[in-house]
Design a protein around this ligand. Structure first.
Ligand SMILES: [Zn+2]
Ligand SMILES: [Zn+2]
Length: 172
């Protein structure tokens, strides 16, 4: 937090150029921008006027429209009021936005093996964080156990593939 992050995107480069493959995502982006307040209010699913007012205020306050996460809705407890915070994609990266008190916090995912913050997915990409120093990947809010289990499965798959290749070479 506070430091300038140089994101080494692991899912694809994000730069000024518009790549054809990004066009559907751009359309989603435009739709999301139009219906942003409506979407936030739908997620909040509340008739509480104060909550709705805070969400509208949040939408007005942040100039870049958050992109709807392809990974779906991810929530966590708000550290300030214990309300429900939704993960949103903001200009700076993924953030938690509390629907009750409007608290905004940076989303971080820590590599359980290296103890460093993982690189967030680029805007609009699936919820896949990558460790900058090891091959581990994670989804928001995953436990260390899940992350280590995925890495074990990956290593097992790599080992099986290696054996299969060795076998086919021996037979061929
Ligand atoms: Zn809160
Ligand atoms: Zn790591």
């Amino acid at each position: 937090m506070g430091t300038a992050l140089t994101h080494k995107w692991c899912v694809g480069p994000i730069n000024g150029a518009v790549d054809d493959s990004l066009l559907p995502a751009m359309n989603d982006f435009a739709d999301e921008a139009r219906s942003r307040v409506a979407h936030l209010l739908r997620m909040a699913n509340t008739s509480d006027h104060q909550v709705r007012a805070r969400l509208i205020e949040y939408a007005d306050r942040t100039p870049e429209p958050p992109i709807m996460d392809q990974a779906g809705i991810v929530t966590t407890g708000c550290p300030r009021c214990r309300g429900t915070a939704w993960r949103r994609q903001d200009a700076e990266g993924p953030v938690w936005v509390c629907g009750s008190c409007g608290h905004v916090a940076e989303v971080t995912v820590r590599c359980p093996h290296c103890g460093v913050d993982m690189e967030p997915p680029p805007p609009g990409a699936p919820d896949r964080w990558c460790c900058p120093t090891c091959p581990r990947t994670a989804a928001t809010g995953e436990r260390a156990r899940d992350i280590e289990e995925r890495e074990r499965r990956r290593l097992r798959a790599v080992a099986l593939l290696g054996k299969a290749v060795a076998r086919s070479r021996a037979e061929g």
